[in-house]
Design a protein around this ligand. Structure first.
Ligand SMILES: [Zn+2]
Length: 197
């Protein structure tokens, strides 16, 4: 019922996280009403994203500017003996907001529900193993969401990291089962960080 161009954009927006076809259609009709200049601003912001934003070579967080490392990995005040592994980059924000964590991060790509080789490859488990193996690293915090997939991924990563003989911890109690780090309040997350074991 939609024309091909509209259909195409709806399909593209439908691939966005949390966006279904109905929301995607709303986006498209919103765009149709916008003046040409605003459309141009939007399209150049999207193409600049890939041009200007890089992924950190150590932690895979996105950043802009010179060099290969993000502002956290470059910061001499950060504790290089700690790595906090998170499911997605957005989860870094609530942890930073607690101001209780001074170590480095590692951004995984989601979770695994199966132990298929290609899934394991996709979440950057091998890269985490390599970072954790650096002599200065003393502790790896597996700060994944307490969901079924998060749990399964933590178990897998624990097994993978075990031979390194380093301290491997998880967030302590406080985060309700099924909760997401992204929506956790500062106080709960602070105590979960301090109570890690
Ligand atoms: Zn980094």
């Amino acid at each position: 019922m939609y024309s091909p161009q509209i259909r195409k954009l709806i399909d593209l927006f439908s691939k966005f996280p949390t966006v279904g076809p109905r929301t995607a259609a709303r986006f498209v009709f919103y765009l149709l009403r916008l003046p040409k200049e605003e459309i141009q601003e939007l399209t150049s912001a999207i193409s600049d994203l890939k041009e200007k934003v890089k992924l950190c070579e150590f932690c895979f967080k996105s950043f802009e500017g010179e060099g290969e490392l993000c502002e956290i990995c470059r910061d001499p005040r950060r504790d290089k003996s700690l790595i906090c592994a998170i499911e997605k980059e957005i989860d870094l924000i609530p942890v930073e907001r607690t101001k209780k964590y001074q170590g480095l991060y590692f951004v995984l790509v989601g979770t695994i529900s199966t132990l298929k080789r290609e899934d394991i490859k996709k979440i950057r488990a091998e890269e985490l193993l390599e970072r954790a193996n650096k002599p200065e690293v003393k502790e790896i915090i597996l700060a994944l969401n307490p969901t079924t997939e998060g749990e399964a991924t933590v178990l897998y990563l624990e097994r993978l990291l075990k031979p390194l003989n380093k301290k491997i911890t998880r967030l302590g109690r406080g985060l309700p089962v099924g909760a997401e780090l992204e929506y956790a309040d500062e106080e709960t997350l602070s105590s979960a960080l301090e109570g890690r074991k």
